[in-house]
Design a protein around this ligand. Structure first.
Ligand SMILES: [Zn+2]
Length: 571
C-alpha cells in the first residue's frame, strides 16, 4: 500500500470533541471519522487494526471448538417478549416498527435469536455441546456516547453462546472459553487480567471480566501482590478486621454544632475516621434503607443491591429532603440508635467497639456506641468497596487497586433464556430438559481503543505488533532522488513478497511531516531511506515501542526487517 493513495487523514491538533487519549489519537491518526454521536466510519488503518483483532478472536474461538455464524442485526420484538426483556431492557434498545407494523429492534445482544435458533434445530443431547459465535456490529442506544470507540452506539463485537446438557458440561464450556480468552488477549499483545465479576442472581464464580490494564481505565480492579486473586470492585472481598478487644465504654452524647462531614466531626472529636460509623440513607424501590459504614469506607452499591435482593438500578442515595422525611434528622447527624427503618450494617462495623455515630439530633453526635448493645441492624454483610489498605481474602497479602478497561466478559447463564423461551432437548432418558447456556462477549473495536490507552506516548500510538494495521512503514525521504526512490521501492516490493505488511510513504511531503505521521499512526517498525543511503548506503530501522534504531545496509535490510517483524509477532 502506498501512503499517497491511502485515505489517512491525519490531523496536527487534538480534536476538541475527544476527551480520552484513544479517541484523540484515533481521530488524529486518521483511523476513524465520526458520522453521528457514537457512530464512526472505520478508515483503512482503523479497519485494518480491527480485522487483526477479529482474526485472532476467530482463530482462537475455532480452536476452542466454537462455530462461526452470522445472525440478523434486526430482531423481532416477539422474541424479546418471550424472554421478558422487551419491557425491562430500557432505552438502550433501539426499537422501531417496520412497514407491516411489526415491532423490531436493533440487536444489542443476541441471546433471544440464538435461543430461538437452537430450540428449532437441536433436539437431542447427542447434538450437544454446541458453541456458536458471530462477529458483528451491535447497536446500543447509549444515553451519552463518548470516548470514541470506547463507548459508542455502534460497535463490533464477538458474541458466543454455549448450549450444554448438564451443569457440569456447561462449566467445561465456560472453562474452555476462559482459556480461549486468555489466549486471545495474550496474542493481541496486551497486558490484561481476568477478574472475578459479579454474576448477580447466578452466584458462584461463573462470571469473569477481562480487563486491559491502563491508567486511564474506568474500572477499578483489585489484585493481590502475593497471589493470583483478581476481582473487579463490585465483586472484590477482603479479610475482615478482627474484633476489637477494647472494653465497651459508656454511651455519651456530645454537642457537635455544625459538624456534619466525617472529617470535620472526627477533627472535632479528636478521633480517626476509622473510629466513626457513618449512616447513609438509600432509597431502595421507593423505601428508605440506612447503611452503616466505617467512616473511611465507601458503599459498593452492587454488593448492597445483592444483599437486599434487588438490582443496583433499584437503589440510589437519598437526597437531603428524603433523609429528613425518613428519619426526622438532617443529614450529618444520623445514627443507628433508635432508627426505625431497615438498617444494613457493613461487616466491618460488627468488629468495632466504642465508635462515634450521629445522635439523630441536630448538632449532636454520640461516642462509645456499640452494635448489639445500643442498636441491632436488620442485617449485616459486606457492602463496602475494598481499599488498598485491605488484605487478600485468599492469602492475606496486600491488595492493590489498579485501573482497567473491560474488553471481554464470560458468563454462565444457566437456564435463564432456555426456560423462559421453552428451549429444550431430550436427554438420554428421553426427558425434556432446558439447555444450560453460557454467553461470551468480546468488544472487538473496543480492544483497538484499549490497546491505544495502554500503549501510547506524546507522539502517538504504539501498536502491539500483532494488532497493528501493518507491521512496517517505509519512509522514502528522497522522492526526487532516483537512487533513494529505487531502493525504497525495492525494499517495499521485497517485503511484500515475504508476506510482510507494509506501507510505503511515497508522499511529496517534508521529512518532518513523514516522521511525525509515522509516530502518530504507531506502526511497529519504521524504515528510513534518506540522505544516509546516498552517503554510505545505510538504511535505518526504528522500533516504535522503544525507539531503538538499527542501521543496516540495503543488501541486508529486507532480511533484517523480516527477522525483526517475525520476532515481534512471536513474542
Ligand atoms: Zn492473595
Amino acid at each position: 500500500m502506498r501512503f499517497s493513495q491511502l485515505l489517512i487523514p491525519t490531523l496536527k491538533e487534538d480534536p476538541a470533541e475527544a476527551e480520552i487519549i484513544s479517541h484523540k489519537l484515533l481521530l488524529r491518526a486518521g483511523f476513524i471519522r465520526k458520522l453521528t454521536s457514537g457512530t464512526y466510519t472505520y478508515l483503512p488503518l482503523g479497519l485494518a487494526a480491527i480485522k487483526k483483532v477479529e482474526q485472532i478472536v476467530r482463530e482462537e474461538m475455532n480452536r476452542a471448538g466454537a462455530q462461526e455464524i452470522l445472525m440478523p442485526m434486526v430482531q423481532p420484538a416477539s422474541l424479546w417478549e418471550e424472554s421478558g426483556r422487551w419491557d425491562v431492557y430500557g432505552k438502550e434498545l433501539l426499537r422501531f416498527t417496520d412497514r407491516n407494523g411489526r415491532n423490531s429492534c436493533l440487536g444489542p445482544t443476541h441471546e433471544e435469536v440464538i435461543t430461538d435458533l437452537v430450540r428449532m434445530n437441536v433436539q437431542s443431547y447427542k447434538e450437544l455441546p454446541l458453541n456458536l459465535y458471530q462477529i458483528q456490529t451491535k447497536y446500543r442506544d447509549e444515553a451519552r456516547p463518548r470516548f470514541g470507540l470506547m463507548r459508542g452506539r455502534e460497535f463490533i463485537m464477538k458474541d458466543a453462546y454455549s448450549f450444554d446438557a448438564t451443569d457440569k458440561e456447561a462449566e467445561q464450556s465456560y472453562h474452555k472459553m476462559n482459556q480461549a480468552y486468555h489466549r486471545i488477549f495474550e496474542r493481541c499483545g496486551l497486558r490484561f487480567r481476568a477478574v472475578e465479576a459479579d454474576s448477580g442472581a447466578i452466584g458462584g464464580s461463573f462470571s469473569h471480566e477481562f480487563m486491559v490494564l491502563a491508567d486511564t481505565g474506568e474500572d477499578t480492579i483489585v489484585t493481590c501482590k502475593n497471589c493470583q486473586y483478581a476481582a473487579n470492585m463490585e465483586k472484590a472481598t477482603c479479610v475482615p478486621a478482627s474484633k476489637s478487644k477494647d472494653e465497651p465504654q459508656e454511651l455519651t452524647k456530645i454537642e457537635t454544632p455544625g459538624k456534619r462531614k466525617v472529617k470535620v466531626v472526627c477533627e472535632f472529636l479528636d478521633i480517626e475516621p476509622r473510629q466513626l460509623v457513618k449512616t447513609l440513607i438509600y432509597i431502595v424501590n421507593d423505601k428508605p434503607v440506612a447503611v452503616l459504614l466505617r467512616g473511611d469506607h465507601e458503599v459498593e452499591e452492587v454488593k448492597l443491591a445483592n444483599i437486599l435482593g434487588v438490582s443496583d438500578e433499584d437503589l440510589r442515595m437519598a437526597d437531603d429532603k428524603e433523609v429528613y422525611d425518613a428519619t426526622g434528622t438532617p443529614t450529618g447527624y444520623l445514627g443507628p440508635i433508635g432508627l426505625e427503618i431497615q438498617v444494613v450494617a457493613d461487616t466491618e462495623v460488627a468488629t468495632m467497639v466504642n465508635f462515634a455515630v450521629g445522635a439523630n439530633d441536630k448538632n449532636y453526635h454520640v461516642v462509645n456506641c456499640n452494635m448489639g448493645r445500643d442498636f441491632t441492624p436488620t442485617m449485616t454483610g459486606d457492602v463496602r468497596k475494598v481499599t488498598d489498605n485491605d488484605r487478600c481474602i485468599l492469602c492475606g497479602g496486600d491488595l492493590v487497586l489498579t485501573k482497567g478497561i473491560e474488553v471481554g466478559h464470560i458468563f454462565k447463564l444457566g437456564t435463564k433464556y432456555s426456560a423462559s423461551m421453552n428451549a429444550t432437548f431430550l436427554d438420554a432418558k428421553s426427558q425434556e430438559q432446558p439447555f444450560i447456556m453460557g454467553c461470551y462477549g468480546i468488544g472487538v473495536s473496543r480492544i483497538v481503543a484499549a490497546a491505544i490507552e495502554q500503549n501510547f506516548d506524546k507522539d502517538g500510538m504504539i501498536f502491539p505488533i500483532p494488532i497493528a494495521p501493518v507491521q512496517v512503514l517505509i519512509l522514502n525521504l528522497g522522492l526526487k532522488d532516483t537512487e533513494i526512490t529505487e531502493a525504497a521501492n525495492t525494499i517495499y516490493a521485497d517485503l511484500l513478497k515475504k508476506g510482510i505488511e507494509v506501507i510505503l510513504d511515497d508522499r511529496d511531503e517534508r521529512p518532518g511531516v513523514k516522521f511525525k505521521d509515522a509516530d502518530l499512526i504507531g506502526i511497529p517498525f519504521r524504515v528510513t531511506v534518506g540522505k544516509n543511503f546516498n552517503k554510505d548506503g545505510s538504511i535505518e530501522i526504528r522500533t516504535r515501542a522503544n525507539g531503538d534504531v538499527t542501521t543496516t545496509t540495503f543488501a541486508d535490510s529486507v532480511a533484517e526487517i523480516t527477522t525483526m517483524v517475525e520476532k515481534g509477532l512471536n513474542q
